[in-house]
Design a protein around this ligand. Structure first.
Ligand code: HEC
Length: 117
């Protein structure tokens, strides 16, 4: 057997390759996970329908609610003054500014343009 055995070079190369690629990954995987208004609103749509337009009679649309009523409802859920099953839990941690931004977001959607064909 010659020394060093060929496996030694292989291991050296492998170690170099994996440690180097690790450094690459650390660079490319750091993506911004900060929620945006858009990403928060998409979570609402999971229940309330695409673009806030509900397909089910069991859950309300978010596009045709008066803005002040929308804000009051969400603040009520958050503060525990509006009885609810789900929304009271969801609204924990939402500030008045967050709620107003969501109200504006859904107000800006044209209820006539349905996402459901
Ligand atoms: C897990 C499902 C779910 C998600 C996600 C969800 N909602 Fe709701 N929403 C409900 C349910 C259920 C109700 C009825 C009240 C209750 O029981 O919680 C409701 C009620 C509401 C109402 C009152 C409608 C009315 O006319 O009384 C508003 C406004 C509302 N949600 C806004 C939102 C917003 C804004 C978001 C996103 C931040 C959101 N919801 C996310 C399930 C959901």
């Amino acid at each position: 057997m010659t020394f060093p055995p060929p496996i030694f070079f292989f291991l050296l190369l492998a170690t170099w390759f994996f440690s180097a690629s690790h450094v690459f990954c650390a660079d490319t995987v750091t993506e911004d996970k900060t929620p945006t208004l858009e990403s928060i609103a998409r979570n609402c749509m999971a229940c309330h329908g695409g673009r806030g337009i509900s397909r089910s009679p069991l859950i309300s649309s978010l596009v045709n609610i008066d803005k002040e009523r929308f804000i009051a409802l969400l603040q009520g859920y958050r503060d525990g003054t509006t009885p609810a099953t789900v929304m009271n839990r969801l609204m924990q941690g939402f500030s008045d500014d967050d709620i107003r931004a969501l109200a504006d977001y859904f107000q800006a959607i044209d209820p006539e343009v349905s996402p459901h064909k």
